[in-house]
Design a protein. Structure first.
Length: 583
């Protein structure tokens, strides 16, 4: 098999190496009461190791962009002998569901990542987060605001105009604590009050203009039920989770860069009050994945599913990991892709062909070879006896002879590709036409003697004669010199099968560019369903068995729709990058 690629250096790896060399976390210790609170969930810190985390929100399925983050965080922990946590940021009960939790766990496992015992939820820390919020109120760093959402928005200011202080910003500590506790006690309806950090309404960074940290939501949580009617904001919960779990390097995408000052402000205030360990985690940002011919916006993915432009989250055309798995993409291909595109601070676009080539490279190494005729045309060998049958042999993988050969039945009537016959051949055409001689791959040499047509003049069958002494692999077979080499399956033994030819979901590189509706850029030819004829061994394929159909590309037995003895095949990628815009 091919040698694995050497991991490329990147700025985050350099930071980790420098921190470990300096024993940056050697002094880390709990500064509150030992043995109390959720800070023990992560176990005692080890200064020789790092802790990273992948913190998805359980409100949708993971997509290709998440794969980059997953492999970065888990890869760093593995490479430096540390731990990576899988943590669900379940702070928004109205949009979350156990279905998404289960799907995320499955997808991360599929990528080959292991969090061991380090599986956590933001909801594990709701009690602590509430206590931390009361501590911020008591230290004068938070207050209850009773403005409407519209008033808060208007007073927030703009990038060029300062914000305005809330008329409730000067409430006393006693009044703020009373209101906050009554918020928890369900005395108020949604939107009546909100808890805000008290920082600076004139700050150039809008994220520091008294950001909201708790809101009222009378909604049942999929884990805590109806215990809470107030929930922390993600930007408040996330740094607390990192600190409680002893995370050393909190790695996220660039859209969170403007949130880092609040991240630092919050955990520094809580550490000063003895609620969090020192030294506190540090956030680092890298560029998110921008991939051509897909959309990675969760809102747009939900729209595609809900409006039934696709068959579901696991539609093989969707840029979700569950869809990619059904498509026939591999975890190893995603790993190769992540290494190839690297990690940087600069936003850039990656062409879909890079991901497809990574999948193609891995599948070329691992997929067994099989024969499939996707557009069948009958070929009749006139000088072959009616009931004649014999076996030919084909290698399971031409690059690895140790994988052996398989038998392929041969008979008088075969299926060949319709494009492999031309009544009037074009220049340079070396396949079947009247009078031409070709080799049936792994079989015999045949000469075309004619063709049958229907009433409309369409070719319905091709007639040939074969040379019985020309069978591949037998003595003297190589004396026949021909230019054409065709693949085929025996009509008597073939497995008739539904095959789905998937292509890119969008027909332009940047769907919805500018103000354009991204749905207008859907590719009308993103899926074709055909009736193919396959070599009989493919009838026994199990879900997720992957093969190279010679000449056609890489295919997988569908994970959902295949049945025992009746697999359905999806095309993962073609043999080479031959994609062109359909319009």
């Amino acid at each position: 098999m091919a040698e694995p690629e050497v991991k490329a250096a990147n700025f985050i790896r350099h930071i980790v190496e420098a921190d470990l060399a300096a024993d940056k976390y050697a002094s880390r210790r709990w500064s509150g009461q030992p043995g109390s609170g959720p800070q023990q969930l992560a176990g005692p810190p080890d200064p020789a190791k790092i802790r990273t985390r992948f913190p998805p929100e359980p409100n949708g399925y993971l997509h290709f962009g998440h794969a980059k983050s997953i492999l970065l965080n888990f890869g760093l922990a593995q490479d430096f002998g540390g731990n990576c946590h899988l943590r669900f940021d379940d702070t928004n009960p109205e949009r979350e569901d156990q279905e998404y939790v289960d799907a995320i766990i499955s997808a991360v496992k599929w990528l080959g990542c292991d969090w061991n015992e380090n599986l956590y939820h933001a909801s594990d820390y709701f009690d602590f987060m509430y206590e931390a919020a009361e501590s911020l109120i008591q230290s004068g760093n938070a207050y209850v605001d009773s403005q409407s959402a519209e008033e808060m928005r208007a007073n927030r200011g703009t990038l060029t105009e300062r914000g305005k202080n809330s008329p409730f910003r000067k409430r006393s500590v006693t009044e703020n604590l009373d209101l906050f506790r009554r918020m928890r006690a369900a005395e108020f309806s949604d939107g009546t009050h909100i808890l805000r950090a008290k920082i600076d309404m004139a700050a150039p960074n809008i994220n520091l203009r008294d950001p909201a940290i708790y809101r009222i939501r009378h909604a049942e949580h999929h884990r805590t039920g109806n215990k809470w009617c107030i929930y922390p904001m993600y930007t408040y919960a996330h740094p607390i989770e990192d600190a409680l779990e002893n995370i050393t390097h909190s790695i996220c995408t660039l859209e969170f860069e403007d949130q880092r000052p609040f991240y630092d402000w919050l955990i520094e205030r809580l550490a000063e009050g003895g609620l969090l360990a020192q030294p506190v985690p540090r956030q680092y940002e890298f560029s998110r994945l921008n991939l051509s011919y897909v959309v990675l916006s969760k809102r747009k993915l939900i729209q595609l599913v809900e409006e039934k432009h696709v068959t579901g989250w696991d539609d093989p055309r969707m840029p979700t990991l569950v869809g990619a798995r059904r498509r026939g993409f591999t975890a190893e291909g995603f790993r190769l892709f992540a290494e190839r595109i690297g990690v940087s601070k600069s936003d850039s676009w990656i062409d879909m062909s890079v991901l497809e080539e990574c999948m193609r490279e891995h599948l070329n190494e691992t997929a067994l070879r099989r024969i499939a005729v996707l557009d069948p045309l009958k070929l009749i060998i006139d000088n072959c006896p009616e009931n004649h049958e014999e076996l030919c042999e084909a290698p399971n993988h031409p690059q690895y002879p140790q994988l052996g050969k398989r038998p392929i039945p041969f008979s008088r009537e075969l299926w060949i590709e319709r494009e492999d016959f031309m009544e009037t051949p074009a220049k340079g055409y070396f396949r079947l036409f009247p009078g031409n001689t070709v080799r049936l791959r792994y079989g015999f040499v045949v000469t075309c003697i004619g063709a049958d047509k229907d009433a409309n003049g369409n070719i319905v069958a091709v007639h040939c004669e074969y040379m019985p002494d020309s069978k591949s692999g037998t003595p003297g077979a190589d004396t026949y010199k021909v230019k054409g080499n065709l693949h085929w399956v025996s009509a008597r033994h073939a497995y008739p099968c539904e095959v789905r030819l998937y292509d890119r979901l969008f027909s332009v590189a940047n769907p919805g560019a500018g103000e354009r509706d991204f749905l207008l850029d859907l590719n009308p030819d993103s899926m074709r369903v055909i009736a193919a004829q396959l070599e009989p061994s493919l009838k026994d394929a199990k879900p997720e068995d992957r093969f190279q159909f010679e000449r056609h590309g890489y295919f997988v037995a569908d994970l959902r729709d295949s049945a025992p003895g009746k697999p359905v095949f999806n095309r993962a990628v073609t043999m080479k990058d031959s994609w062109t815009k359909p319009r």
